[in-house]
Write a protein that binds this ligand. Structure first.
Ligand SMILES: [Mg+2]
Length: 166
């Protein structure tokens, strides 16, 4: 059912609230992660120390990380190399191909990979359709692309999404 495909397995206020160690202990080894409004404010590719520390923590835990974004790929690849992770060159969420490309790059599979993102209709729908474990985070800020706003309106109407709270 569509409504099941729109449901994340976990919901958090931010990436910093995700318990990486517990996911590692459950057998997850790879992370496919969105960029805009998940790792950084929309279209702001400055890297905060907090973000860098989170990436280092994830890598130290053992996770392999691949960025998967529908934004300008040259910006995303530059961002990835500054963070010391890889990025999938194609984008194309929510299509399954986008996620299978990222899995191939990581040499990962459906059983051991997490998808983290802030949008139900790209990150969560796509991740669920690809058979991955999906984690929704609240968007970092509200300045965003017009179509993303339309998507969010649909998310509220269709999925009854509520902003998670403390
Ligand atoms: Mg996003």
């Amino acid at each position: 059912m569509l409504s099941n495909l729109l449901k994340p397995r976990q919901v958090h206020r931010s990436i910093y609230d995700i318990n990486l160690k517990s996911l590692w202990d459950k057998g997850y080894r790879y992370i496919i992660i969105d960029v805009d409004n998940t790792l950084t404010a929309w279209n702001n590719y400055n890297i905060s120390q907090r973000l860098l520390d989170w990436i280092l923590l994830a890598k130290k835990t053992g996770f392999g990380i691949c960025l998967l974004s529908n934004s300008s790929q040259s910006k995303i690849q530059e961002f990835a190399s500054k963070l010391g992770v890889i990025s999938s060159p194609a984008g194309g969420k929510p299509f399954k191909r986008a996620f299978s490309n990222a899995l191939d790059l990581l040499q990962a599979n459906e059983e051991n990979t997490l998808v983290i993102g802030d949008q139900i209709f790209t990150d969560i729908l796509g991740g669920n359709r690809a058979g991955l474990y999906t984690i929704l985070v609240d968007p970092i800020d509200k300045k965003e692309f017009f179509w993303t706003k339309i998507n969010r309106l649909l998310e509220r109407i269709i999925a009854g999404r509520k902003t998670s709270c403390k």
